[in-house]
Design a protein around this ligand. Structure first.
Ligand SMILES: *[C@@H]1O[C@H](CO)[C@@H](O)[C@H](O)[C@H]1NC(C)=O
Ligand SMILES: *[C@@H]1O[C@H](CO)[C@@H](O)[C@H](O)[C@H]1NC(C)=O
Ligand SMILES: *[C@@H]1O[C@H](CO)[C@@H](O)[C@H](O)[C@H]1NC(C)=O
Ligand SMILES: *[C@@H]1O[C@H](CO)[C@@H](O)[C@H](O)[C@H]1NC(C)=O
Ligand SMILES: *[C@@H]1O[C@H](CO)[C@@H](O)[C@H](O)[C@H]1NC(C)=O
Ligand SMILES: *[C@@H]1O[C@H](CO)[C@@H](O)[C@H](O)[C@H]1NC(C)=O
Ligand SMILES: *[C@@H]1O[C@H](CO)[C@@H](O)[C@H](O)[C@H]1NC(C)=O
Ligand SMILES: *[C@@H]1O[C@H](CO)[C@@H](O)[C@H](O)[C@H]1NC(C)=O
Ligand SMILES: *[C@@H]1O[C@H](CO)[C@@H](O)[C@H](O)[C@H]1NC(C)=O
Ligand SMILES: *[C@@H]1O[C@H](CO)[C@@H](O)[C@H](O)[C@H]1NC(C)=O
Ligand SMILES: *[C@@H]1O[C@H](CO)[C@@H](O)[C@H](O)[C@H]1NC(C)=O
Ligand SMILES: *[C@@H]1O[C@H](CO)[C@@H](O)[C@H](O)[C@H]1NC(C)=O
Ligand SMILES: [Cu+2]
Length: 598
């Protein structure tokens, strides 16, 4: 090992306070780890909550073509530096693609070259995993009914990978869900894999991300926009994608390896403390104070990897975009955080929520919106203030979080736990030309009109324990607040399709792991649950008991005895902090409280 661990004496954490520090590390991996797939004899549900380790296993899917003669994959070389204008494709994020929204369905074909390169989303140079040299990755834009076909060519030197299409139902194409160890084996370096699935009765804002190890924290994610001529959203004049997320200046592999030790680089004396990001990003970019020394990884990646060398840092820039005065713009917010959730607001403007996770809702107007990991919200904003430049803010509610964290991120402190961007509507001529995006702050700009006022602390987090019925705070709005516009019949759930599981962190030796009931999940190295499931015959009747069903016990497979019926899974969190759960596949009928079933 290198100098990083020298002199550190790992200690066993003690007392219940340790539990408080264990929260959302790379929460998306945990939340996306519940996978449902349908089988001839019923529904088998893999309850997988764990960190997915890289797998170099062979793919068993018929559609996998392994071709080792693709040549030596490119190594991460120092001159593979991607400048910010190339890294972030402003045309795609502003949805200026001339897309033809139509009811005619077609096949949309994409080729994704996955590779490693250096880039500096916030001005700080770091190793990244990019798709066609971009992060956010290329836009997938389609109409409902279209077939999406994505050829993934893994050109990374030594990392296997997979891509999960977040929120896409995968009706009858469960094996295209992209979860390593569950719905497929990882795509080895130098190999390719073609994903193909149809968009059935879904429209709105979606995204994709790597679902192997923690690769997406190094930039491997991108947008999916599904149009529908019949989408039930009030009229708007313009639309834009706004990714909100966090960035670590150290590569994910190093962070994960350190996290899984009894003492990590950032928390030498306590296990299971998640690393804090160094900065937040808005549409893949942000500013950074280059004098800040990271408290997460005190010697973050530099060319020489020497703690004393100065970081290669230019200070970055803010995401800047423009709309025409008076126009209504639809902002499609997507939270790609590994860890952090945000309150999104625009100074001096209200937002009207019209879509949540691909579901059109009756408009909800508020000062801002809380966006959790993996979530998407479409909000309408009317450019009806005095023409000018207004700040968009994505703020981490500190009181929801800081008290539970045993250390502080110097980077996040320096930005006030807030990602900022600029929304401008200057005048008829200036609008829509994206000067800001290109020029950053190098050209003189009119002063910002927005006043933080009620938006710098918009949700009253400092008193959120007293917030009563005010939902802006540390969690989503009440479940009964958003009203879906498309009514669907309620799903009937039989008692034997009802299950409960407990979710908690537990100590294994000297390190912390996530447990579902009695086991902590780990990926098969050379197989995937879906292929193992096909080799077994399941006998209904024992659904709900903790059973390995011929899988390794740590695979956490839950048998749902009645296929084609509703199922209910109650997840009882025994942890102190919030943890979003994400259900893969389309067979989940209802997740609610256990009480409904007893
Ligand atoms: C993927 O690999 C197969 C088999 O080697 C090859 O026929 C196909 O052209 C490759 N696809 C792409 C997009 O490179
Ligand atoms: C692998 O790809 C190369 C070049 O694309 C091709 O010539 C070769 O036939 C492929 N091999 C296999 C086994 O598909
Ligand atoms: C940005 O995306 C557009 C539309 O997909 C594409 O035409 C253009 O080449 C991309 N720009 C860069 C710099 O990659
Ligand atoms: C949009 O698609 C429809 C249906 O395919 C077609 O009739 C129309 O010509 C297209 N419009 C443009 C501008 O491409
Ligand atoms: C990939 O290779 C590089 C250099 O050879 C090494 O530093 C890195 O740790 C490797 N990554 C993985 C995931 O093995
Ligand atoms: C899925 O496949 C089943 C069985 O072939 C079929 O009945 C059903 O209509 C399919 N569903 C969709 C959405 O295509
Ligand atoms: C950047 O950080 C340094 C060190 O903390 C601080 O002294 C300086 O004032 C900061 N600069 C700005 C512009 O905030
Ligand atoms: C700093 O980054 C630039 C690219 O922005 C690169 O050309 C240069 O070699 C890097 N310098 C060091 C010392 O790493
Ligand atoms: C994204 O989700 C994370 C995890 O809950 C949350 O901490 C963060 O505030 C969210 N980001 C935004 C912009 O909402
Ligand atoms: C923005 O809001 C603040 C606080 O409410 C107010 O003082 C200010 O005048 C507003 N600015 C504009 C340009 O409307
Ligand atoms: C913005 O860009 C347009 C077209 O590229 C140019 O004519 C105009 O001078 C620019 N304005 C500023 C303020 O840079
Ligand atoms: C998980 O544990 C709870 C409490 O011990 C138990 O009621 C439940 O049936 C278990 N779930 C499974 C799927 O075994
Ligand atoms: Cu996901």
């Amino acid at each position: 090992m290198d100098e990083e661990v020298e002199g550190l004496i790992p200690q066993k954490p003690t007392g219940s306070f340790v539990r408080r520090s264990v929260d959302l590390f790379f929460a998306i991996l945990a939340i996306s780890a519940i996978t449902l797939f349908s089988l001839a004899l019923g529904l088998v549900i893999g309850l997988n909550v764990s960190w997915v380790r890289p797998s170099l296993g062979l793919n068993r899917a018929a559609t996998v073509h392994q071709n080792t003669s693709l040549g030596a994959p490119p190594q991460l070389v120092d001159d593979a530096f991607v400048p910010i204008d190339r890294l972030v494709n402003a045309t795609e994020l502003d949805l200026r693609t001339g897309f033809n929204i139509s009811t005619a369905s077609t096949t949309r074909e994409y080729t994704f070259h996955l590779g490693q390169a250096y880039a500096a989303p916030d001005g700080f140079r770091k190793p990244m995993i990019l798709i066609n040299g971009q992060s956010p990755g290329p836009l997938i834009e389609a109409n409902v009914g279209d077939t999406i076909r994505v050829h993934v060519i893994n050109q990374m030197a030594n990392a296997s990978t997979s891509i999960h299409w977040h929120g896409i139902d995968q009706k009858n194409t469960t094996w295209m869900d992209g979860v390593t160890g569950v719905s497929q084996c990882a795509i080895p370096p130098g190999s390719n894999f073609t994903y193909e699935f149809r968009i059935i009765d879904q429209r709105g804002t979606f995204w994709y991300h790597a679902h192997t190890s923690i690769q997406y924290s190094d930039g491997m994610f991108g947008p999916i926009i599904i149009h529908d001529p019949d989408e039930m959203i009030p009229e708007y004049d313009d639309e834009k994608i706004v990714f909100l997320g966090d960035v670590y200046h150290t590569d994910g592999t190093s962070l994960l390896q350190s996290y899984l030790q009894p003492g990590s680089k950032w928390s030498p004396e306590e296990a299971g403390v998640e690393p804090l990001p160094d900065n937040f990003l808005m549409n893949g970019q942000h500013e950074f104070n280059c004098s800040i020394r990271s408290s997460t990884w005190p010697s973050p990646f530099t060319r020489e990897s020497r703690p004393w060398s100065r970081p290669n840092c230019t200070g970055g820039r803010l995401y800047t975009t423009s709309v025409k005065p008076g126009h209504v713009v639809r902002l499609r917010l997507i939270n790609h955080s590994s860890y952090m959730s945000f309150w999104f607001s625009i100074d001096n403007h209200t937002l009207t929520i019209v879509e949540i996770d691909g579901v059109e809702v009756e408009p909800i107007t508020d000062r801002g919106v809380y966006v959790n990991v993996g979530q998407r919200y479409s909000v309408l904003v009317r450019a009806d203030g005095p023409p000018g430049r207004y700040q968009m803010r994505a703020t981490l509610p500190q009181t929801c979080f800081v008290p539970y964290c045993p250390y502080t991120s110097t980077g996040l402190e320096s930005i006030g736990y807030q990602a900022r961007g600029i929304l401008s509507y200057l005048d008829e001529d200036g609008a829509g030309q994206h000067n800001g995006t290109q020029a950053g702050h190098s050209t003189p700009s009119p002063p910002l009109l927005g006043v933080a006022g009620n938006t710098s602390n918009p949700y009253g987090v400092s008193t959120n324990h007293l917030r009563g019925k005010v939902w802006e705070g540390c969690d989503d709005m009440p479940f009964d607040m958003p009203v879906p516009k498309r009514k669907r019949p309620a799903v009937e759930v039989d008692e034997d399709n009802c299950h409960s599981v407990a979710f908690q962190f537990q100590q294994v030796g000297e390190i912390n792991r996530i447990f579902i009931n009695r086991t902590s999940w780990a990926a098969y190295q050379e197989d995937a649950q879906i292929w193992q499931a096909m080799e077994q015959s399941f006998t209904p009747g024992n659904g709900g008991s903790y059973n390995n069903w011929g899988f390794r016990l740590d695979q956490q497979v839950l048998l749902i005895p009645k296929a084609g019926r509703g199922a209910q899974i109650a997840i009882n969190s025994r942890d102190i902090m919030e943890h979003p759960f994400h259900f893969h596949g389309n067979y989940l009928a209802l997740v609610s409280s256990l009480a409904l079933c007893v």
